[in-house]
Design a protein around this ligand. Structure first.
Ligand SMILES: [Zn+2]
Length: 117
């Protein structure tokens, strides 16, 4: 079953919160964050001086959710399997592209995935 936008947003925020707690010992209450009681502006403020690959992934997932394109593979444009999104709501590639790109990257052909996405 397809999740509503609000549910997806909540699951992204949950991941973001878990990550912030792990990496930075976030003080804001989980309740506020996960219940989606923070505005994007408040979230921006909270993240202002924090930056790492995982935060970037999750922020970009939130942006795609707002702008459209969430749940669509960035490489082949087919829908990303819901089960994969349940595991990682910030996921950008479908199963087959993930396999393809990780194969290319481990072979070191010099194609940078992040610069292409
Ligand atoms: Zn794909």
């Amino acid at each position: 079953m397809k999740k509503s936008k609000r549910m997806v947003r909540r699951s992204i925020l949950q991941c973001l919160y878990a990550h912030l707690q792990d990496a930075y010992g976030l003080e804001s209450t989980a309740e506020q964050f996960v219940q989606d009681q923070m505005s994007d502006r408040e979230i921006d403020a909270l993240l202002a001086f924090k930056s790492d690959a995982r935060i970037d992934e999750l922020r970009s997932a939130l942006n795609r959710l707002e702008a459209g394109g969430y749940g669509t593979c960035l490489a082949c444009k087919s829908p990303v399997d819901q089960n994969l999104l349940d595991v990682d709501p910030a996921r950008r590639l479908c199963g087959s592209c993930e396999v393809l790109y990780s194969h290319i990257m481990t072979r070191g052909t010099g194609i940078s995935l992040s610069s292409r996405l």
